[in-house]
Design a protein around this ligand. Sequence first.
Ligand code: F6P
Length: 334
Amino acid sequence: MPPITLLRFLEMQKLLSDSPQLLSVIMGIAQSCKSIAREVGHGALLGNMGDVGNENVQGEQQKTLDVMSNEIFIKLAEDNPNLAGIASEEMEHALVFSGKAGDYLLVFDPLDGSSNVNLNLSVGSIFSILPRPAGDSVLVEQDFLQAGTQQLCAGYALYGTSTMLVLTTGQGVDGFTLDTASGEFMLTHPGMRIVSDTQEFAINMSNQRFWQPPVQRYIDECVAGADGPRGKDFNMRWVASMVAEVHRLLVRGGVFLYPLDSRTKGKGGRLRLLYEANPMGWLLEQAGGLAATGHRRLLEIEPIALHQRVPVMLGAKEEIELLLSYHSLKDPTA
Ligand code: F6P
């Protein structure tokens, strides 16, 4: 079979005939990710590895590459007539293009896991395309507060040993690898599915003492291995880059947990709903897995704030169901 480019693939998904405007937004995102891959790929050569010296709205130190990646996405949005507004991890408020009649909104984390950048480890961009609410002539920030079930396209770019773009438009999950010679994203991972039989979990174990009992129980049982109730040994991974973790889930299964804990409870969790949890949650569900907070399906949460945080549990269906069952017990240690 001849190699299939991203554009050809989206045309095959009938996106060109059904929604050329959406296709143009997706191709714009792909272009932005290529530009970010180039910036990230220069490593220390251009002196872009440091901190800007500011904190972003999340209270995190901004890296030069965070800011550059954000600017690349802003440029895409300004140039694309189909985007009416954008919201980013790096901006306190949504950016609304008042003169534009575009049908779509874009929310994104331009450079997720950026604390890995000067370690030369994997980082990524996460994006979610939402519809502009119908009949809304003046776009306001409130219009971005849509549940994950409303997403039209979601995905990530992984800047790893190769650059990959993995996305869904609600027709499964497909992965594309950047061919640096042609500059095209080529379909290399069609129909990605999460395997159900997992022996791998990802969680920041240094937070263990702050977790709630259901998560304590789940991880204790994984760690107990072949001698415990699970009857098999588990492996643990933690890259500290959500994009890399989710990519691992899609390629070889497992679970990724950033649960509520006693330190982040006041904030609602650690990861952000609109541009981290929802896009990754939809990808996981489209790949046959589940995405939950512990108590409910992630994608059904009605957001109340742009930078809202949530507990996140992503992975193989059976594992997330087990976690949900522990959360529903009165005594989760029983
Ligand atoms: O944006 C948040 C993020 O960088 C994720 O990519 C990653 O999964 C997580 O934070 C890492 O958290 P921690 O600092 O607890 O390792």
